[in-house]
Design a protein around this ligand. Structure first.
Ligand code: SAM
Length: 290
């Protein structure tokens, strides 16, 4: 296997010039140009030759080269057709890489993991396009794609939101959803100068290790997530008002108030004060009344 050739500014610039590549802002293209960050991502993802890795958005193939050296197989999904000839060039020495030219949100990833990995759990490693971070991560979890872990570069602020608990301003539906499915852990903060072009905001690498069984028992997952969304849609309202006003829910005020009381909470409690365990309990209390 060839040693990675990409990951520093000079070689990235040379590839971009050779193909006269123009960055497309709409695709969230910020390419990594720091070998230390790349090494750190690969190390923290703990990839072995037994792993199949799904990379979302390989760009010019920088991280793909590193992944190919560490993993048994890499499947990389890239939306931008202008990058495909570049990838065929930069990845020509790597026989365990497959490139798919598609919008990742339109790919059936469960089917893909069945086809490419016999349905065994895969690892997702990526420098994500920031404009679709949440739909990508939620899609992986909610569609029950067989996963070992997700190790991704995201906006720093989004990484913070994924790992905080109740009572902080960043706590919300994303925190609860991520923590229901996985154990989040911030691996590194990454400044804008590690990318080309430089993003306006700081980034972070976060690792989400999938729980084998969720940390709370919920009778109806979909109902719990509707309750969570309703609680955070109107942050300044009380939990009871948020649930009563949600078009996704159909409970009477009395049912809601009784359930909140059974949780041992006062009538004025807000959603942001509830833990995942309490949202699970609330949804189990309300389920019988729907
Ligand atoms: N992995 C490369 C790197 O680290 O240098 C590029 C990362 S860049 C932040 C995001 C990549 O995702 C770009 O190559 C972009 O074209 C691609 N992308 C954007 N939207 C996508 C989508 N819906 N499906 C697949 N790839 C997408």
């Amino acid at each position: 296997m060839r040693e990675p050739t990409l990951g520093n500014p000079q070689n990235t610039i040379a590839v971009l010039q050779k193909y006269q590549f123009h960055f497309q802002k709409k695709f969230g293209q910020n390419f990594l140009i720091d070998t230390h960050v790349l090494d750190k991502i690969i190390r923290s993802a703990e990839i072995t030759k037994d792993d199949m890795v799904l990379e979302i958005g390989p760009g010019i193939g920088t991280m793909t080269q590193y992944l190919a050296c560490a993993a048994g197989k890499v499947v990389a999904v890239e939306i931008d057709k202008n990058l495909i000839p570049i990838l065929e060039d930069t990845l020509s020495g790597y026989e365990n890489v497959q490139i798919i030219n598609e919008d990742v949100l339109k790919v059936d990833l469960t089917e893909l993991s069945k086809k490419e990995n016999g349905g065994r759990p895969i690892k997702v490693v990526a420098n994500l396009p920031y404009y679709i971070t949440t739909p990508i991560i939620m899609g992986l979890f909610e569609n029950h794609v067989p996963l070992k872990s997700i190790t991704v570069m995201v906006q720093k602020e989004v990484a913070d939101r994924m790992q905080v608990g109740p009572g902080t301003k960043d706590y919300g539906a994303l925190s609860l959803a991520v923590q229901y499915y996985a154990r989040p852990y911030i691996v590194a903060n990454v400044p804008p100068n590690c990318f080309m072009p430089r993003p306006k905001v700081g980034s972070a690498v976060i690792r989400l290790e999938r729980h084998e069984t969720p940390p709370v028992q919920v009778e109806d997952e979909k109902l719990m997530f509707r309750i969570i969304r309703a609680s955070f849609n109107q942050r300044r309202k009380t939990l009871a008002n948020g649930l009563k006003n949600s078009p996704e829910l159909d409970f009477s005020r009395e049912e809601i108030e009784t359930a909140i009381e059974s949780l041992g909470k006062g009538a004025s409690v807000r959603g942001e004060a509830l833990t995942l365990e309490e949202f699970a309990a609330l949804s189990n209390l309300l389920i019988k009344k729907e």
